[in-house]
Write a protein of this length. Structure first.
Ligand code: DGL
Length: 282
């Protein structure tokens, strides 16, 4: 594959377990309209949230290889489960093998944002089982402020339900209510949505949590960090008009396109089916 010789003109690569990371891409497209993006959704292996850390590291390294082969200037892990399990391994691999490509993930910026948002020092976390079990948010929150309490709630059914359950019915409302109950009980004043899918039920969550509870999502905080990383490394696109964005899916491209529009809230266009190279040692 041939890439522009000027690294600033190369795309930012974003990946996720499926279409959920399009909520993160949405924020990136709004904040950085001049950049080109390539997004890979591993829909064939969705969901990631009940997988173990070794498997998630293996999948993430495989995907990173594919995206680097497509000339990425920066790698963004939009998936919370993959960030929680694989960010250090991805960074190590980038240092060993490539041309100084940086990797940014969703956990750190979101945790810092939550710590600056809380007034009572009690932050709730809603995330997949894999993300909660990793302890990555607890580590990031406590690195930012050791006095803050994090109340984590694993929500194993929520992402698959959001993905398949549109339009939402009472069943979704009841499942969400069950996950929110321990957070209301703990009197948190800030809640981290630690999964790409949850912004789609944000109105429901806000209503159940109460209007004064601050809800923190990963996309906006990450987009600020991506902008900073590009600027400080001299990698911002020199273009003045809008950039292009394209999609790769490991599963059925038509299903990705149909479902993806809901998450991206922008037209998707063509989706290319991609076959990842077999195994990459974690
Ligand atoms: N992108 C995934 C995450 O944020 C969605 C859920 C899943 O794959 O289980 O964890």
């Amino acid at each position: 594959m041939r890439f522009p010789s000027d690294p600033r003109e190369r795309p930012i690569a974003v990946f996720d377990s499926g279409v959920g990371g399009l909520t993160v891409l949405h924020e990136l497209l709004v904040r950085l309209p001049n950049e080109d993006f390539v997004y890979l959704g591993d829909t064939a292996r969705f969901p990631y949230g009940d997988r173990g850390p070794d498997e998630l590291r293996r999948f993430s390294l495989q995907i990173a290889e594919e995206l680097l082969a497509r000339g990425a200037k920066l790698l963004v892990v939009a998936c919370n489960s993959a960030t929680a399990a694989a960010l250090p391994a991805l960074r190590r691999r980038m240092l060993e093998t490539t041309l100084g490509v940086d990797v940014l993930g969703v956990v750190g910026p979101e945790a810092v944002h939550a710590v600056t948002a809380t007034h009572n020092g009690r932050i709730g976390l809603l995330a997949t089982t894999a993300t909660v079990a990793s302890g990555a948010y607890a580590a990031a929150v406590h690195a930012a402020d050791p006095h803050v309490d994090l109340i984590p709630v694993a929500a194993p059914d929520l992402a698959p339900m959001i993905q398949s359950g549109f339009p939402f019915d009472e069943r979704v409302v009841e499942v969400v209510r069950g996950y929110v109950a321990p957070l209301v009980e703990a009197e948190v004043d800030t809640v981290i949505l630690g999964c790409t899918h949850y912004p789609l039920v944000r109105p429901m969550l806000q209503r159940m949590l109460g209007r004064d509870v601050r809800i923190v999502t990963s996309g906006a905080a990450l987009a600020r960090q991506v902008e900073h990383a590009l600027g400080s490394r001299g990698l911002s696109s020199p273009r003045t008009g809008e950039g292009a964005y394209s999609f790769l899916s490991t599963g059925d491209p038509e299903a990705f396109r149909m479902l993806g529009t809901r998450f991206l809230q922008l037209p998707l266009g063509e989706v290319e089916q991609v076959r990842l190279h077999a195994e990459v040692a974690a």
